[in-house]
Each structure stands twice: as structure tokens, then as C-alpha cells.
Ligand binder design. Structure first.
Ligand code: NAD
Length: 403
């Protein structure tokens, strides 16, 4: 998302919260910007690390490898991370990093070299008590392992807490692989206690890490998944899809539309289905002012980052659709990243059930705090979520005497 949209949104929230000019400027300004140009085999790749706000703790945020990575995008994502860590109530600030590169064009060896170069460029600015990266789009547990290794080589000591999302064998946490979807489920479970659903039917846009795990977990907990999609299109069956078979089809043929027991529909049509829950888990800005009025779901659970535009948000709110925003719904990932960091720093490793239970507790508390405000005012759920996060950041800033 464009930072000008975030800036406009902050102005709107600033009025609601009666923020001072100084507070608004602080919220609109990243604290530290690090940029570099990484050279590999004669090519130059722009690289970034933006540490947006550290009032609540060391900064935390993923590293994205994508050909569209830009300064503006990294800045927007770093801002979002600052809010997300506040909503999840983990003791971190927010940051983000990236490289403007098409990783699909690199060999494994080049990918490793480029990842090590990112660490060489920024290692003085990261660390377990400074700034802790993690995976994001097209960065994997393997890349996190290379980066940790490079960091440890440069500082001359072991420091597994420098990065999260690592493979289990080198200090990763159990549950991290499904944490985003599982956190989303815990939020949904609380929401359906408040907004009763006639039918437990779900449509999921996107069938990658977030969407596929969501489909699997919801299917296991008794929801009927009537539609799912990927970049090739969507598959629909009003009687419910068999998710285990769908995963098999996706693995075999590369797309969900090859699944036999359903009809193909467009990705746009999926968003307009008459379902209890709609889960956008792919791209940004897919629900916008042209299609928001056609959304018939009672609950929109945003696993993707930024799937709903601000105009669409207003329309959905008027239509009494409950939108559970990304910074809450997909914060299970950063929460389990926090657990990974705690385990690395203490050297004590937790069992699956312990991680799950701690995650549930965090998500339930976060949802309840926002719901308590939402019930008592006329603002939409997202606005209430932002207000809560901004309050926490500003309180920390004031306690530090920086504001
Ligand atoms: P992914 O690359 O694993 O999966 C993306 C999926 O979206 C794929 O199935 C792809 O086919 C599908 N897709 C692409 N274009 C599409 C289109 N036009 N219509 C429908 N589907 C399309 O990515 P992911 O990790 O699952 O992330 C998805 C979203 O969730 C992103 O917005 C990401 O920022 C967000 N998110 C993910 C995590 C996580 O832990 N994976 C955490 C927080 C936020």
C-alpha cells in the first residue's frame, strides 16, 4: 500500500483521537532508514531495512524479496509492523526490509550469496536486542538460516535470536509454519461468539501458506469450505470442498481449479459468494469501492495484508459486515515469532500444545480489547484496532520522554 494512503488514514484517525501535530508527525515518520546496493554477478540490487518505531521494544519485521519492492512499500510495511506488534501485545516495535529482485531468476547459490550480502550490509543495525528480521514474501526458513549464519560469522558469536522463522533444527519454533492461519482461527472463534453465523460456510481467496493452512484448519474444525482460489481461478461447490483432496490436486497439478468436484468461477465471483466468512489470503486491494456492495459474507477475516481499500471499508461497515483487519487477523505469525525469540534467548524450547495455547491466549485478549471499544462507539473494527495500537505506541513514547 502506498504510504500516502496510510498518511491519509492517520489524518482521519488523528481527528478521532485528537492527536497533536507532534504526535501525527511522529507516527508518519520512520525512525531509521538503512539502504544499500547489493552487487552480485555484475547486477545491482537495491536493499532496505526501515526501523519505523522502537518505543515498545526492539523492532521486528520480515524481509521481502520481490521485483516490486520499493522504498515506499518497505516504509508502509514497517509502519504496519509497528501497529501489528502493538495489537498482538508482543514487546517489539516495527520494521521491514527487502531486496528489489526476482528471486525466481536466481540459482540457489546466488540466492544464498545475495541473502548473505543483505546481512553484510545491515548487520550493525540488527540483533536480538535491536531489530529482528523474519520471512516475508519469497523469503523462506532456509534463507533465515543463511542469514543467521552470516550474522553469527560477522559478530563472532552465536545469536539465534537475531532472526525468526528459522528451520526447527537451527532454533525455529514449533507451530511457526501454521501460526498465521491458526492465529486467524482463534480470532474468528471469538468473533463468531459475537456475530452468530447461520451457516458455517467459508470462501478463501489464495491457496498459499496462509490460505491453504486456513482451509485445512477450518475444514478440521467443522467449517464447510465452499470456494478457494489461486492465481489461475477459483473452484466452487456449495456442498463443500474436500480440503485434503484439494491440497492433493494443488500439489499434483499446480492449481486448485483442476479439482474435479466443483465448478470453476472467477476470483471476483468468489468474493461475492453468499457465505458466512470470506477470507482474503492473497493480494492487496481486492475488495474495493466497485465490489464492496456485492460482498455478502457476514465476516471478512483478512489474512492477506491490505486486501480492503479504505472506501470499501466504509461500505462494508455500513452494510454491517464485520471486517477483522489484517493487523489483528494475521498477527499470529509475528506472535509465534516472538515465542521463537523468547525460546532462543532462554534456551528452553516449548512443546506444540504450549505454543498453541500461548498463541490462543494472545489472540483472544487482543480481540476482546478491541471488541470492548467497538461495542461502545460507531467506528468500524479496523479503526478501533488502529486506535488501540496507536495509543500503545504513544504511551510508550511519552513514558520514554520522547514526546
Ligand atoms: P503465498 O505466496 O504462499 O500464497 C499466495 C497465494 O495467492 C497463492 O496461492 C497464489 O496462487 C494466490 N494468488 C496470487 N494471485 C492471485 C489472484 N489474483 N487471485 C487469487 N489468488 C491469487 O503467500 P502467503 O504467505 O500465503 O501470503 C498471502 C498473503 O498473506 C500476503 O498478503 C501476505 O503478506 C499475507 N501474510 C502472510 C503471512 C504468512 O505467514 N504466510 C503472514 C502475514 C501476512
Amino acid at each position: 500500500m502506498d504510504f500516502t494512503i496510510i498518511s491519509g488514514f492517520l489524518d482521519k484517525i488523528g481527528k478521532i483521537m485528537n492527536l497533536t501535530e507532534k504526535e501525527l508527525v511522529l507516527l508518519k515518520t520512520p525512525q531509521r532508514i538503512h539502504q544499500a546496493e547489493l552487487e552480485l554477478d555484475g547486477q545491482k540490487y537495491p536493499a532496505y531495512r526501515i526501523q519505523y518505531n522502537d518505543a515498545r521494544g526492539p523492532t521486528k519485521g520480515g524481509i521481502r524479496y520481490h521485483w516490486e519492492v520499493s522504498f515506499d512499500e518497505v516504509k508502509s510495511l514497517a509502519f504496519w509492523m509497528s501497529l501489528k506488534t502493538a495489537v498482538a501485545d508482543v514487546p517489539f516495535g516495527g520494521s521491514k526490509g527487502g531486496i528489489t529482485v526476482n528471486p525466481k531468476e536466481l540459482s540457489q547459490d546466488q540466492l544464498q550469496q545475495l541473502s548473505r550480502k543483505w546481512v553484510q550490509a545491515f548487520y550493525r543495525h540488527i540483533g536480538p536486542t535491536k531489530d529482528i528480521p523474519a520471512p516475508d514474501v519469497y523469503t523462506t526458513p532456509q534463507i533465515m538460516a543463511w542469514m543467521m549464519d552470516e550474522y553469527e560469522k560477522l559478530i563472532g558469536e552465536k545469536a539465534p535470536g537475531v532472526i525468526t522463522g528459522k528451520p526447527l533444527e537451527v532454533g525455529g519454533s514449533l507451530v511457526r509454519d501454521i501460526a498465521t492461519a491458526l492465529g486467524g482461527i482463534y480470532v474468528l472463534e471469538e468473533a463468531v461468539k459475537k456475530v452468530s453465523l447461520d451457516k458455517k460456510t467459508v470462501a478463501i481467496q489464495g491457496f498459499g501458506n496462509a490460505g491453504m493452512n486456513m482451509a485445512k484448519l477450518l475444514f478440521q474444525s467443522g467449517y464447510s469450505i465452499v470456494a478457494v482460489s489461486d492465481s489461475k481461478g477459483a473452484i466452487y461447490n456449495p456442498l463443500g470442498l474436500n480440503v485434503d483432496e484439494l491440497i492433493h490436486t494443488k500439489t499434483q497439478s499446480g492449481t486448485v481449479i483442476a479439482y474435479k468436484n466443483g465448478t470453476t468461477i472467477s476470483n471476483e465471483a468468489l468474493l461475492e459468494l453468499e457465505v458466512g466468512v470470506l477470507v482474503p489470503s492473497a493480494l492487496s486491494n481486492v475488495i474495493h469501492k466497485e465490489n464492496a456492495n456485492k460482498v455478502k459474507a457476514k465476516i471478512v477475516l483478512e489474512l492477506a495484508n491490505g486486501p480492503t481499500t479504505p472506501e470499501a471499508d466504509e461500505i462494508l461497515h455500513q452494510n454491517k459486515v464485520l471486517v477483522l483487519p489484517d493487523i489483528l487477523s494475521n498477527s499470529g505469525g509475528v506472535t509465534v515469532s516472538y515465542f521463537e525469540w523468547v525460546q532462543n534467548n532462554t534456551g528452553l524450547y516449548w512443546k506444540t500444545e504450549e505454543v498453541k495455547e500461548r498463541l490462543r491466549e494472545k489472540m483472544v485478549v487482543a480481540f476482546e480489547k478491541i471488541w470492548a471499544e467497538y461495542e461502545n462507539n460507531n467506528y468500524d473494527f479496523r479503526t478501533n484496532t488502529y486506535i488501540l495500537a496507536i495509543k500503545k505506541i504513544l504511551v510508550a513514547e511519552k513514558l520514554r520522554g520522547r514526546l
